[in-house]
Design a protein around this ligand. Structure first.
Ligand code: FES
Length: 100
């Protein structure tokens, strides 16, 4: 189970879902264009946790920046991202241990 904690809420990333898909499903506002690591428009700041990439993305990434459209989330993470609309209800994270 992968718990994503954003500025406003926490949610569980579903199997087969990209981080960008999960953020959209839960009402977060993330800009995007290519959805495949080329443009860098979806760039977010990773505050805690780890992500990886199957292939290095072509978009420039600064330190602590990630591309939610194509990264693989390796365990619980905390990111800078705000929810802008009503999405799926957030997970009650009191029941999870987020050693971040
Ligand atoms: S949407 Fe283009 S790199 Fe993520």
């Amino acid at each position: 189970m992968t718990i994503i904690t954003t500025t406003d809420r926490s949610f569980q990333l579903l199997k087969g879902e990209t981080l960008l898909d999960g953020l959209e499903r839960t009402g977060h506002e993330v800009e995007y264009q290519c959805r495949s690591g080329y443009c860098g428009v979806c760039r977010l700041t990773l505050l805690a946790g780890e992500v990886s990439y199957d292939d290095p993305p072509l978009a420039y990434l600064g330190q602590s920046e990630i591309l939610p459209c194509c990264c693989k989330v390796n365990g619980p993470i905390r990111i800078e991202c705000r929810a802008g609309r009503q999405g799926e209800l957030p997970v009650d994270t009191d029941q999870y241990s987020l050693d971040l």
